[in-house]
Design a protein around this ligand. Structure first.
Ligand SMILES: Nc1nc2c(c(=O)[nH]1)N[C@@H](CN(C=O)c1ccc(C(=O)N[C@@H](CCC(=O)O)C(=O)O)cc1)CN2
Length: 286
């Protein structure tokens, strides 16, 4: 079997085209959505992601507000920029690019953000809303994965989803999203302490690999016909992406997300969705 492709690039392009019309409608109401970003340090990957977010904004008509601090920035320096973005009326939503440099208390930074402007769905208030199943911004990668599966008609209702990795941007939060009544999946969250990982993987209808371990998911671990989503971003010696999923999995799975070109573009598209939805919740100007 050769797996069908979960095409993140094409799905993201369709979402962006729909958002362009919604942004134009907002502007007619006197509302211009503006995405702020805070990048701390000089990690080339993080810079690439942030630049990509602003490129996407320009494509759909969202204004950009870019803030940068050096890797030597203190907790107070970062919190000062967060306070500025909270108060900046042109910034209707913003993100703090993660990870922050070692020594910075990330949770304290996220908690200081105005939850109304949380474009990443990572503020404790947004995560609490997700737990309570109330409307609010959803974490971009999990949201992107759900939309990617929905767009390709992959059934989640009653499916057993095995998630590898317990980080807050993907692993932990996707469990909350997939177990809502609207998705109705059963989720097993695996991590470095999980016993018999291969045995659990073989039971999965859907695998979400977000462990950051190159080629962790092997062809022999995957149930024939399963959908496999590769979120891992490790790099080889030439800087080329190596995902968490072994290339041979494509011969066993029913669906597979390419990496690059799968979950990454969806993460970016869902950020724009969060920005537009937040702007749509604001009362009209004038
Ligand atoms: N504040 C946040 N920080 C981070 C998040 C996040 O959602 N919010 N997620 C990741 C990084 N990320 C977005 O910030 C992200 C990762 C990957 C891509 C992407 O489009 N990747 C391309 C490949 C790019 C390459 O060649 O390097 C792809 O998959 O096709 C976009 C955004 C951690 N930090």
């Amino acid at each position: 079997m050769t797996a069908q492709i979960l095409d993140g690039k094409a799905t993201a392009a369709a979402i962006k085209s729909e958002l362009t019309a919604r942004v134009a409608a907002l502007k007619e109401r006197g509302i211009t959505p503006g995405l702020g970003t805070l990048l701390v340090g000089d990690d080339p990957g993080s810079r690439w992601y942030v630049n990509g977010k602003h490129k996407d904004c320009a494509e759909v008509g969202i204004a950009s507000i870019q803030r940068e601090l050096p890797a030597t920035a203190s907790q107070e320096d970062i919190e000062e920029v967060v306070r500025e973005l909270n108060a900046n009326p042109a910034c209707t939503g913003y993100i703090v690019q993660l990870p922050l440099p070692k020594g910075i208390d990330t949770n304290r930074v996220l908690e200081l953000m105005d939850p109304v402007k949380d474009a990443d769905g990572l503020h404790p208030m947004s995560l609490g809303r997700l737990v309570l199943n109330e409307p609010g911004p959803l974490p971009c990668t999990p949201y992107g994965i759900v939309e990617l599966l929905r767009h390709h008609g992959v059934e989640l209702n009653g499916a057993h989803v095995v998630v590898l990795g317990r980080g807050i941007t993907v692993g932990r939060s996707i469990g909350l999203l997939l177990t809502r009544k609207s998705e109705n999946a059963t989720v097993t969250l695996c991590h470095t302490g999980t016993r018999d990982l291969a045995g659990l993987l073989r039971q999965a209808d859907v695998v979400v690999a977000a462990a950051g371990v190159p080629h962790l998911v092997k062809p022999e671990d995957v149930k024939p016909g399963a959908a496999v989503l590769d979120v891992g971003v490790s790099r080889d010696e030439n800087g080329k992406i190596v995902g968490d999923v072994h290339p041979g999995v494509a011969e066993v799975a029913g669906w597979i997300s390419p990496n690059p070109g799968g979950v990454g573009p969806m993460t970016r598209a869902q950020l724009l969705v969060n920005v537009v939805e937040a702007a749509e919740r604001t009362p009209s100007a004038g």
